[in-house]
Design a protein around this ligand. Structure first.
Ligand code: ZN
Length: 190
């Protein structure tokens, strides 16, 4: 055993080095501590990633109430083209455009788990067309409601980028109507 790994040499660093060099010496406590430290580092890392990457606002629609400060805060809006069977309209779209945010598409009708079952091109394109007609450009990304995209709908990935759970983990995602898995106050903090 190397001198700097002998018992009694140094203190805390020595214990750490010994446990690194000779895993069999590690106690369950040390393993638990190592796991805790790893988790803590991951959480802190994630905190900063979420802080830096553009924040998003889901469920943007004329039919969903959205607090003004959330509209101000978010960098990217995920717009529902035809929520509760009502298409986004020119007047509303112009107001949204004035805010100069990035705009993407969130569901078509955004019924519960809308894209869990097969949705054909015609269904999907209705959303794209409504979006394009109103805003004057096509969305670059699509995020299905409840982040559910059934295997039968994987064809959409060939059409455009699809945001699912990893997007939600790495970005702060607020919700108009505050109906997200985590409430908006929590997203503001973390
Ligand atoms: Zn949604």
């Amino acid at each position: 055993m190397k001198w700097w790994l002998r018992e009694g040499v140094g203190s805390r660093w020595n214990v750490a080095l010994r446990s690194f060099a000779y895993p069999q010496l590690r106690s369950t406590g040390a393993c638990f501590r190592a796991a805790c430290v790893t988790v803590a580092i991951l959480i802190v890392g994630l905190f900063f990633i979420r802080l830096v990457l553009p924040s998003q606002l889901d469920d943007v629609s004329p039919n969903v109430f959205c607090e003004e400060d959330l509209m101000e805060l978010a960098d990217v809006y995920y717009v529902i083209p035809k929520f509760e069977n009502v298409s986004i309209d020119e007047e509303w779209c112009n107001e949204i455009l004035k805010r100069e945010k990035k705009l993407e598409m969130h569901g078509v009708y955004h019924t519960y788990r809308e894209f869990e079952v097969f949705r054909g091109e015609e269904y999907f394109n209705e959303g794209i067309d409504i979006f394009e007609e109103c805003f004057g450009f096509r969305p670059m990304k699509f995020k299905p409601g409840q982040l559910v995209l059934g295997k039968e709908n994987n064809w959409i990935r060939d059409e455009m980028e699809v945001d699912l759970i990893w997007n939600q983990i790495f970005h702060k995602v607020y919700h108009c109507g505050d109906t997200g898995f985590f409430p908006n106050w929590f997203i503001r903090i973390f």
